[in-house]
Design a protein around this ligand. Sequence first.
Ligand code: NAD
Length: 297
Amino acid sequence: MTEIIDGNAVAQSIRDDLATAIDQLAEEGVQPSLATVLMSDDPASETYVSMKQDDCAEVGIEAIDIEIDPDADASELYDAIDDLNGDENVNGILVQMPVPDHVSDREVLRAVDPVKDVDGFHPENVGRLVAGNARYKPCTPHGVQKLIEAAGVETEGADAVVVGRSDIVGKPMANLLVQKAPGGNATTTVCHSRTKDLAAKTRQADILVAAAGVPEMIDGGMIKEGATVIDVGINRVDADTEKGYELVGDVEFDSAKEKAGAITPVPGGVGPMTRAMLLYNTVKAAGLQHGVDVDLP
Ligand code: NAD
C-alpha cells in the first residue's frame, strides 16, 4: 500500500507543538511577531500574505501588516525594512516576492536583518545553511524534510534526486539533504532544465523531490518502485471547474502512486508545510532575539 503523506496533518502537529515554545516565550514576557511587507497588488500575493497573517493569529504570533504602493520609489520599501530591522518588537520580516520590476529583489533580500530573515534568503543565512550551521532553514525545503521524517523514511545513505535548482526550493533542498545531520546524509543529485535524460536520474531516486514548476512532468515510469515522492509543484491548469482551473503538482499523481512507497498529494502536501515552517522560524527568531532557549518541534 502506498502511503499518502498528509501535509495538513503534519503541519497541524507542528503548529500544535509550537505552542510549547510560544508558552516558554510568554513566560519571559515575549510575544513573537512577524511583519509581512507587501509591495504588490497581485491578488495571489495578497492572498499569500493574508494567509500568513491568519496562520500567525491562529498560533498566537502577532502579525504586522506593512503595505507599500507598488508604484512607489524603491526607497520607500528600504525605509520600511530599515524601520522593521530597528524595531525590537518585530522578530521576523517577510517581504512578499515578487517585488515590482523597478525594485531589485536581490537588494531587498540583503536589506533584511539576517537575524529577522525568517525566509532564510539573506546571503548570510544561505551561507550558514551551506556550511551546515543553518539559522533559519528556508520554509519549503524544511517542510519537505519534516514530511520525509514524518513518513518514517531514512535519508541517511539514500539516493535523493531533486528536480529544480531555484534559490528558494531546489538549491536549499539539496543542501539540506546533503548535510551531515539528521534529515541529511543522502547522496544527492540536482537535476534542472539542462539535465540530460532526466528519467534515468529520477529512476535512481529512493527519495525524489520534484520542484520544477512543470505540470505533471514526472510520471510513474520515471519513479523507482517504493520511492518516496515529494511533490513541491503547484501549477494552475485549465479545467472544467467553477474557477476554470485546478491545481496540479509536478508529479502525475495517479501513475506515480502505483510505483511510490509514499507520496505527497497536491494540494495538501508540501503547501501547508511551507506555511507551518514560517511560524516555526518566527518563533525561533523570537527565542534567538530575546535569549530564550525554546523547545522547537
Ligand atoms: P523556478 O521556476 O524558480 O525553478 C524551477 C526549476 O526547475 C529551475 O531550476 C529549472 O532549471 C527546473 N526545471 C524547469 N523545467 C525543467 C524540466 N523540464 N526538467 C528539469 N528541470 C526543470 O520555480 P520554484 O520557485 O523553485 O518553484 C517550483 C515549483 O514549486 C512551482 O510549481 C512553484 O509554484 C512550487 N512551489 C511550491 C511551494 C509550496 O509551498 N508547495 C513553494 C515554492 C514553490
